[in-house]
Design a protein around this ligand. Structure first.
Ligand code: TA6
Length: 281
């Protein structure tokens, strides 16, 4: 892909004034504005030269979540740090949709050796006045079944983390990565953040809501994805990330819909789809 293409960002706008930007690198949504306000968080120290995943927006996690012992792939897989092909504007009625694809043949050999399967990923981003819908389609182009994880690693901008709460997780079981993977269940009606949080909530209902205080909320409606991760690095982990400001944890929360607690199996020649719709309330 020519150098100037590599840094390409697709900019879309809606007649209502909402807008979004998607970097070809990782097909990462790097901006989503509604009513003139940026709803996503991208670190001021995010690296945008293609040397690592963009720290913020909506990075795509595929085909693994985290790292896996017997799979030689970077953390969270290769989707978020590969250059996707821009297919184009697929319709421009009242909604504005753009599409991207990633095929195994676009990957370097080391990655293909790490996960030796033929596949085609299709990613569609649809903008309306108050929402953005991001849907991933996967075709297994092998004859044999393969298994994968996937997740939309959404970084929401928060004016103040102290005002953030997440509705819809009560009584769900979760894996607490801050407590070395201990299993627990959520007792709170609203999940709030006042320390490092890194939890995989399992078998989560499809409707969640993130509240940012002062009557500002975003509804999340997921499809085809079982779990939801809630993450904030807080002080120590923030300091440990070179592409994240030491104090930026005050202004972000990750609420990430995905299927990561278990492998998703996909038969040869079969297709799978999953995604989310984020709506400003
Ligand atoms: O989704 C939460 C998480 O898995 C955290 O454990 C933390 O590692 C975060 O992702 C960011 O990972 P990254 O590889 O982007 O630094």
């Amino acid at each position: 892909m020519p150098a100037e293409e590599k840094n390409k960002v697709i900019y879309i706008s809606h007649p209502s004034g909402s807008s979004a930007e998607i970097a070809l690198y990782g097909a990462t949504v790097t901006s989503w504005k509604v009513d003139g306000t940026e709803r996503l968080f991208v670190s001021k120290q995010a690296i945008r030269d293609g040397s690592k995943a963009i720290r913020g927006g909506i990075p795509l996690v595929f085909p693994i979540f985290g790292t896996k012992e017997n799979i030689q792939l970077p953390q969270h897989g290769f989707a978020r740090n590969s250059y996707w092909e821009y297919v184009g504007l697929i319709n421009d009625n009242d909604d504005v949709s753009v599409r991207f694809t990633l095929k195994d043949t676009q990957l370097d050999q080391k990655l293909r050796n790490g996960w030796p399967h033929s596949f085609r990923l299709t990613y569609t981003v649809t903008l309306t006045a108050k929402s953005i819908k991001t849907v991933l389609g996967l075709k297994n182009e092998d004859e044999d079944t393969f298994e994968f994880n996937t997740l939309l690693h959404t970084y929401f901008h928060a004016p103040n983390i102290a005002d953030v709460s997440v509705d819809g997780l009560k009584s769900l079981s979760f894996i607490d990565k801050v407590a070395n993977g201990a299993k627990d269940s959520e007792s709170r009606d609203q999940v709030t953040v006042s320390a490092e949080v890194d939890r995989i909530y399992c078998n989560v209902p499809d409707k969640l809501q993130v509240n940012f205080g002062k009557d500002s909320s975003i509804a999340i409606e997921k499809t085809g994805l079982k779990d939801t991760v809630v993450w904030n690095p807080w002080t120590d982990k923030a300091k440990a990330m070179g592409d994240f400001g030491d104090d930026e944890y005050h202004n972000m929360v990750c609420v990430e819909v995905g299927s990561v607690a278990d492998w998703v199996k996909l038969g040869g020649g079969q297709s799978w789809t999953g995604g989310q719709t984020l709506t400003v309330l």
